[in-house]
Design a protein around this ligand. Structure first.
Ligand SMILES: [Zn+2]
Length: 370
């Protein structure tokens, strides 16, 4: 999700002298602060201000005081970066950051008012066509740069998405992806893969018989089957992800399947049966459908999700036996995938802080039969 982006706006010529003079004056102010900071071995902004303000004011009397401060802050940051081991140097026409006090950019009308050594100057610019998608975003910072080859000024305006609505009432849903069940959610929803497996079995059977024929028409039909199979799986994933995001939960926790460990744990059968792409597709679909509803998807560490008891936290390799989970420590019994989903939800919650889990105690299992 994009949070901020920058528009590069080309300013018209005409006020070059004022802006060039401003850049030079800014560099003078910068150099003065940088020199003092280096000589006194400090990047403290307040001390620097006290020591250099009057000197700088006298050297560049027409530079707006906000830019004097900007130059000093910039110099102090540069001093800090080199630990005062050298005097930071600034090119006379280096890009210059303007804060909101010394610049006004009206993106709707294409007008910028920029403070300079000759007072505020007004510049117009064509508003980029793409800006209209971002109406309502907030202007963050503006950087003035000069291209001396083209003898042109540019304004780099950074805009930011207005604070997104904070997700009210965070409810975390853990989702376990597997072979017998495409997905099992910590709220006891099962999406079994019976239909998926039977369809994939048919596809595989068809593929084998066509492969053995080896004729040209058989090869053509093979390609078609590949496409049909993909569309079928995409349809299944659309259905599942839609049902999941429309649940009451607002945060969906999934295992981070990019970790090698998980693949090992699930075994080669996992990859053969449904294909890795099917699982990452489900993740993608969930992600964009959740975003559209202002909800979110988080990935959590997948270690021990199948071995850990979701009630007492006891981790033991033999707690799980196929689809049965029985804790050797507290005796808790549950469907193994559901236990894993609850563990994923708990990990998700600990990622987000202390939040309520969407985990009803009643074992209402809704089977998914498409
Ligand atoms: Zn236990």
């Amino acid at each position: 999700m994009i949070r901020s982006l920058t528009f590069k706006l080309r300013l018209p010529g005409g006020e070059d002298a004022s802006l060039l003079g401003t850049m030079h004056a800014y560099t003078t102010a910068f150099s003065e602060s940088a020199r003092w900071g280096f000589e006194n071995r400090t990047w403290n902004k307040v001390e620097n201000h006290k020591a250099t303000y009057h000197v700088v004011r006298n050297a560049v009397p027409r530079l707006p005081s906000s830019l004097v401060q900007g130059a000093r802050d910039c110099a102090c940051e540069a001093l800090k970066a080199v630990r005062c081991k050298a005097t930071p140097v600034r090119k006379p026409l280096a890009a210059l950051r303007y804060n909101q006090r010394v610049i006004r950019v009206n993106m709707i009308h294409g007008i910028a008012t920029i403070a300079s050594i000759n007072g505020r100057i007004k510049a117009t610019f064509p508003v980029p066509e793409t800006y209209w998608q971002y109406l309502g975003w907030i202007l963050r910072s503006s950087i003035l740069s000069y291209n001396w080859r083209k003898r042109r000024f540019y304004l780099h305006v950074q805009i930011e998405r207005a604070d997104p609505e904070p997700i009210q009432n965070l409810r975390v849903l853990g989702i376990d992806r597997g072979i017998v069940n495409v997905a099992v959610c910590s709220d006891n929803t099962f999406f079994n893969s019976k239909r998926v497996r039977s369809a994939r079995g048919k596809f595989a059977h068809l593929r084998r018989s066509l492969q053995s024929k080896g004729t040209r028409s058989a090869r053509r039909r093979l390609r078609k089957i590949g496409g049909r199979e993909r569309r079928f799986m995409a349809d299944v994933n659309h259905c599942i992800s839609k049902k999941i995001v429309n649940s009451e939960s607002t945060v969906f926790a999934l295992e981070d399947l990019s970790k090698i460990r998980v693949q090992k744990r699930r075994g080669p059968q996992f990859n053969r049966n449904l294909g890795n792409w099917a699982y990452s597709q489900l993740e993608q679909f969930l992600r964009y459908k959740a975003e559209a509803l202002g909800k979110q998807v988080i990935l959590v560490d997948a270690r021990y999700t199948s071995q850990k008891c979701s009630r007492c936290g006891h981790v033991y390799r033999w707690n799980r036996d196929g689809s049965d989970f029985r804790c050797r420590s507290c005796g808790f019994q549950l469907h193994a995938d559901l236990n894993a989903a609850r563990n994923i939800a708990q990990t998700g919650i600990s990622c987000l802080g202390r939040l309520p889990v969407n985990q009803p105690n009643a074992s209402v299992v809704s089977h998914w039969n498409h």
